[in-house]
Design a protein around this ligand. Structure first.
Ligand SMILES: [Fe+2]
Ligand SMILES: [Fe+2]
Length: 265
C-alpha cells in the first residue's frame, strides 16, 4: 500500500504539470478511500530526488523582468492568467512539500495540506484550461519564483513555514485577487471572473489552515502568535506587507482582530 507522505514527495518531483495534477487527484481519492496509509513519524530522505519537478518552460526570471500585463490586449490578459497558473503550479508544490517534509505533526495537519494540494491542482487546471481556450498555455511567458523561494527558505521549521507561506504569501493572494477579478469583470470576461471567485473562496481556507497550524505550534511552545510572527518574519526576511488589505477575507481566514488591527496601523 502507498504511504501518503512518501507519495507526496514523488508527486512533488514529477515535472509534468498534467501528470502532477492527475496523480494528486488520485492521491486525494485514495486517501479518502483508505487505500493510502499515513506515517507521521517517518523522516523522509529526499537526497538524490530533484524537486520541485517543473517543465522546462516557463523560464524563471527576476520579478521585475516579468512583463507588465495590459488588460487591453489578448496577450496582456493571457500573461496575467499565466502568472496565476504559475502561482497555482507552485502552490501545488508547496502544499506537497508541507505534507512530506515535516514529521510528527498531528494526522489532521497532513490531511489539511493534502486537501490544499488537491485544491491547488484544481485551480491550476481551471486557469490552464482557460488559458488554452484563448490560445495560450502554461510555459508561454516567463515567470518569477518568489513563492517557491519562501518555501525553500523555510525548510528547517514547520512554524516558520506556516507563518511565512500560507499566512504571508497566500494571504497576500487574498488581498490581490479581488482587484484582478474586477479587472476581468470590467472587460466582461465572465469565465475568468468565475475562476477567480473559486480561487478566492478556496484560498481563504488555505490561509485558515496556515493559521490553525501556526497557532497550534505557538500554543504548544507557549509563544504569542504576534511576537512569534514578528520574529520569524524578520529572521526569514519575509516580504513587508503592503495595503490594501482584504480585511474581510483575512478575518474569515482566521486572523484575530488584534492581528488585523496591527495590519491597519
Ligand atoms: Fe490556489
Ligand atoms: Fe492556496
Amino acid at each position: 500500500m502507498l504511504e501518503l507522505r512518501a507519495t507526496a514527495l514523488a508527486i512533488l518531483a514529477n515535472a509534468d504539470p498534467q501528470a502532477k495534477v492527475s496523480q494528486l487527484f488520485s492521491l486525494f481519492e485514495g486517501y479518502q478511500n483508505q487505500q493510502i496509509t499515513l506515517d507521521i513519524t517517518h523522516q523522509l530522505d529526499a537526497q538524490g530526488i530533484s524537486f520541485p519537478g517543473r517543465p522546462i518552460k516557463p523560464e524563471l526570471v527576476l520579478p521585475k523582468l516579468v512583463p507588465k500585463r495590459r488588460m487591453d490586449t489578448l496577450e496582456g490578459r493571457a500573461g496575467l492568467l499565466h502568472s496565476l497558473a504559475h502561482i497555482e503550479f507552485n502552490a501545488m508544490n508547496l502544499a506537497l512539500d508541507a505534507v512530506w517534509r515535516f514529521s510528527d505533526m498531528p494526522k489532521e495537519y497532513y490531511e489539511d495540506w493534502l486537501k490544499v494540494a488537491k485544491e491547488e491542482a484544481y485551480h491550476f487546471s481551471l486557469v490552464n484550461e482557460h488559458l488554452h481556450s484563448i490560445g495560450f498555455g502554461y510555459g508561454d511567458f516567463p515567470a518569477h519564483n518568489s513563492l517557491w523561494e519562501m518555501v525553500e527558505r523555510t525548510t528547517d521549521s514547520v512554524m516558520a513555514r506556516m507563518a511565512l507561506v500560507p499566512r504571508t504569501m497566500e494571504a497576500r493572494g487574498l488581498d490581490a485577487v479581488p482587484s484582478i477579478r474586477d479587472r476581468f469583470k470590467q472587460i466582461k470576461e465572465d469565465r475568468a471572473v468565475e475562476i477567480l471567485e473559486i480561487i478566492l473562496r478556496d484560498e481563504i481556507g488555505h490561509v485558515l489552515i496556515g493559521n490553525r497550524w501556526f497557532n497550534f505550534l505557538c500554543s504548544k511552545e507557549n509563544l504569542s502568535p504576534i511576537t512569534a510572527y514578528r520574529e520569524l518574519a524578520a529572521k526569514y526576511r519575509a516580504p513587508v506587507l503592503k495595503p490594501p488589505f482584504n480585511m474581510e477575507a483575512r478575518k474569515r481566514a482566521g486572523f484575530t482582530s488584534e492581528e488585523l488591527d496591527l495590519l491597519g496601523a
